[in-house]
Design a protein around this ligand. Structure first.
Ligand SMILES: [Zn+2]
Length: 385
């Protein structure tokens, strides 16, 4: 709602209260400074916080908060049916996903792209955890992996094996990091997105239609120049720029998305909605999201750097959907864009062999032309039994 109109409504409500004997307190200092002068002089001591019980039932009561800020619960209620996917989540680290499952259910997060540590030896173990989580609940988890050294030719075998096994993507991978307190010093980080065996990796994963989720900081200068080289030299590879909104401008995001159709954007909603470093003006990104509505996805980054942690980051994803104010685009950003990338991946030879064996052993038929998602579910269910 128009802020000016909002204040008019507030003032109308307050003048009614004043007339009926409500004592005017001190005006909220922030609100006071924002009230246009002309109105402010008309009612200098209006108290903006009003108890609903003080107001006659038929009074239209509107505060900026009430007009612009639905509660978390209301947002879940409004957008829960979209089947929100968290496109970037580190909860395979220390198996934290076990502690989050209740929250995902309560907050209607239907799928989680799960991985753990990033570009260091400990990620080999957290990749095992992301796989275990997927086996326990293939309807919830979408496992990625990050445990390989891209400076070692052996990494190509690791990547091929993992993709054959059924992982859906590579990530998060430190493709450049100078400033991140957690990634600037990891053992296997790249100096830029063309470093080491990256070119061969890009070609290999294109065969599997598997995306790669790249951490790039700073999101400017040489790291981005090399990303652009990678994007143009590997047009069939799907690149996802991790937390593209962090320390970045909507104009730069627009420039990259406009130039490279194989670039997708992971939008870390919590950073723009709740982290003061993000400027607290998430609406600035709405036009660029709407300009490329089939290539944005939302994520929590497990609540990195946020007071309120991962729950707050989930709330922020819903706030972005609300800011979009467009049901169709909300559906795409919340779920469809990421899911399309997952569903486009064909079943692998390894999966198909395992399913053929299963069919021989059980006499069941699992159908033809399975994609990786369908094949993965069949195999996970068998392993469970
Ligand atoms: Zn991350």
């Amino acid at each position: 709602m128009d802020r000016y109109k909002t204040y008019i409504v507030i003032l109308a409500a307050c003048s009614m209260l004043l007339a009926s004997g409500c004592t005017g307190g001190q005006a909220d200092s922030q609100a006071e400074s924002e009230v246009p002068n002309i109105v402010q002089t008309a009612a200098p001591e209006v108290k903006l916080s009003i108890k609903s019980t003080d107001v006659p039932k038929d009074t239209v009561l509107s505060t900026p908060e009430a007009a612009e800020e639905p509660s978390f619960a209301q947002l879940v209620d409004t957008y829960g049916d979209l089947g929100l996917i968290d496109a970037h989540n580190h909860d395979a680290s220390a198996m934290q996903y076990l502690r989050m499952e209740k929250s995902w259910t309560a907050n209607k997060v239907r799928n989680v792209v799960l991985f753990g540590d990033v570009s260091e030896p400990s990620a080999i173990l957290t990749d095992v955890f992301s796989w275990a989580a997927y086996q326990s609940n293939p309807d919830l988890y979408i496992p990625y992996f990050s445990g390989f050294d891209l400076h070692d030719p052996e990494c190509l075998k690791v990547i091929k094996n993992n993709l054959e096994k059924g992982y859906f993507g590579l990530g998060e991978i430190a493709a450049a990091s100078s400033y991140s307190p957690v990634l600037a010093n990891v053992a296997w980080k790249a100096s830029d997105p063309m470093d080491g065996y990256f070119p061969q990796i890009y070609d290999l994963i294109a065969e599997y239609k598997a995306p790669i989720l790249l951490h790039i900081d700073p999101p400017s200068g040489q790291p981005v120049a090399k990303l652009e080289q990678a994007l143009s030299e590997h047009p069939d590879t799907i690149f996802i720029f991790a937390h593209i909104n962090a320390y970045n401008t909507p104009d730069e995001v627009d420039r990259l998305m406009g130039k490279y159709p194989n670039l997708y954007a992971d939008f870390f909603a919590g950073y723009s909605v709740y982290n003061p470093e993000g400027g607290l003006r998430p609406e600035r990104f709405i036009p660029v999201i709407k300009k490329y509505p089939d290539r944005f996805m939302l994520s929590t980054d497990s609540g990195y750097g946020l007071e309120g942690g991962e729950e707050k980051a989930i709330e922020a994803m819903y706030r972005m959907l609300d800011l979009l104010d467009d049901a169709q685009i909300a559906q795409m950003i919340a779920r469809d864009n990421l899911l399309n990338l997952i569903q486009a991946q064909p079943a692998t030879e390894t999966q198909l062999k395992a399913i053929a064996e299963l069919e021989r052993n059980t006499g069941n038929s699992y159908g033809e032309k399975l994609n990786k998602l369908e094949a993965g579910k069949i195999l996970a269910q068998v392993i469970k039994k």
